[in-house]
Ligand binder design. Sequence first.
Ligand code: BTN
Length: 247
Amino acid sequence: FGRRLTLLDVTDSTQNELRKLAEQGAPEGTLVIAEQQTNGRGRMGRSWVSPAGKGIWMSLLLRPPVPLPLAPQLTLLAAVALSRAIAQQLPMLEIGIKWPNDLLVGGKKISGILLESAAEDERLSYVVVGLGISANLDVEDYPEGLMDKAISLKIASGATVDRSELIAAVLEQFEQLYKLYLEQGFAPIRTLWEARSVTLGKQTELYTPQGTVVGLPRGLDDMGGLRVELPDGSTRTVYSAEVGSGT
Ligand code: BTN
């Protein structure tokens, strides 16, 4: 991964740049990295703070030979890859994964993952994996109120992060896990994800498009959905939701 690399000073979003390349037939592993994004996107239509030179803002192209409904598995794979890379570079930090793919340190978000895919005949033709790591943001880089929920690796660890080393570690972990996924399917990824999760086993509110679900997340199903035990003892699987605070 990353052998084909576009490095930009400024762009609106690395997602848009890579989508253009994907539409032109760019191969799997193509990477776009920007120093700054003027219109970085987050999940659920939110914006993503991407100041110049302070973070890792990048998008990676995959062309997985899998049906469209399995795209969420890649989201979970990306979270495992990122968490392993950060843990390797910054072993003093304890990193947890909040379902589906937010990485937290001390309950605060340090990175985000955004998957955008295109499909043909119900199969994925490409997936643009957007990875945002708040590496070296300082307190003044955060808009009012955001630091209640988010933190940078620099603030959390007390030291400036070497972004090139971290990018190399992310690509290496990603490549390894993706190979494992293609060879053995989702099962090993699921186990790794569950081991790092901070969502499982805690009473949680999930805001799904169909309404709020309150229950005890028990694990993943084999498509990547979250299996939640409801108060009446039944199980419901959630595929898309915003995870609220544990109660
Ligand atoms: C989220 O947690 O809401 C996902 C955030 C994803 C941010 C990254 S930064 C690189 C790529 N380009 C974007 O515009 N977004 C993703």
